[in-house]
Design a protein around this ligand. Sequence first.
Ligand code: AOF
Ligand code: ZN
Length: 329
Amino acid sequence: MMRAIELAKMGEGLTRPNPPVGAVLVLEGHIVAEGWHRKAGEDHAERDCIGKLPPMPVNLSSATLYVTLEPCSTHGRTPPCTDIILEKGIGRVVVSVVDLNPAHAGRGLKILEEAGVEVVSGVCEAEGRELVAPFEKFITSGMPYVTLKLASTLDGKIADSEGNSKWITGAEARERVQAMRRRADAIMVGAGTVRADNPSLLPRPSEGREPFRVVIGTTIPADCKVLTDGAAGRTFVRYGALVGVLKELAEEHSVMHVLCEGGGKLAARLIEDGLVDEFVFFIAPKLMGADGLPNFAQTGGLIAGVKELKFHSVEQVGEDILIKAKMEK
Ligand code: AOF
Ligand code: ZN
């Protein structure tokens, strides 16, 4: 299943509005085929995997198909995966997580079981759930999953007194940010960040990803990168309630996963409005000092109103620390 999850990850950032899914077919203890979902409208992971079997007939009644998501059971853009599994006579199907898409949700597993296929679910469930978290948010609420990434010094400063923020964290942390961009459907920043840094916000290397870029605010220079480079056609500048902007991204552009990279004011608004699904903090072993410099929560300031988070993972990345956290529900 961990191999199937690895395969699924190759589709992250490419599949909207579909989830990234991976599949592995095992026969007599050996992996005989692998597959993953590349793009909505193209083969699902199961079909991609099974399609890679050699053309000669093989008895698959003792084979196990490992899939990161419950196989679909209805005709969407593509035919149901349950059909091909039954057609090929695969004896056992192991899934990580049930598909929360109301069109499937348990139905695929039931169809397989009723047809005599041995079904196991909940394998590597935490990893499988993490993989489809953006899809689940999108399909169940019509809103994108929002990851808020912030890089700060140990004393919580996200920029210096001249607004410079690019060099707070080290090279490895910046590489990780590129990987996060490849997994997102849209990268969002505040107008202040564009004015201060003139970022491209595109992943490097892009590996085929073409995320939207969303700038929240009114005034950005006409010659900034996001408005003038080759991907400028996928840049949106928006002002107003963030809920409305996020809804527009989901409804009109099938954006399932938004990565917000700050700055402090936009971060504070997202936090205040309860729109952040996951926090990713990069913390550098540096002290900036000085009062009044930008940090990421410019509102509140009383212990009574403190926002409680829960750390999900803590990891050293180069000289920096990466903390993933979620708001306590
Ligand atoms: C699977 N395997 O690899 C994926 C699944 O319009 P379609 O036919 O592409 O179906 C989209 C739905 O299928 C999507 O909303 C989700 O519930 C499921 N995605 N299912 O069995 C896959 N990507
Ligand atoms: Zn399917």
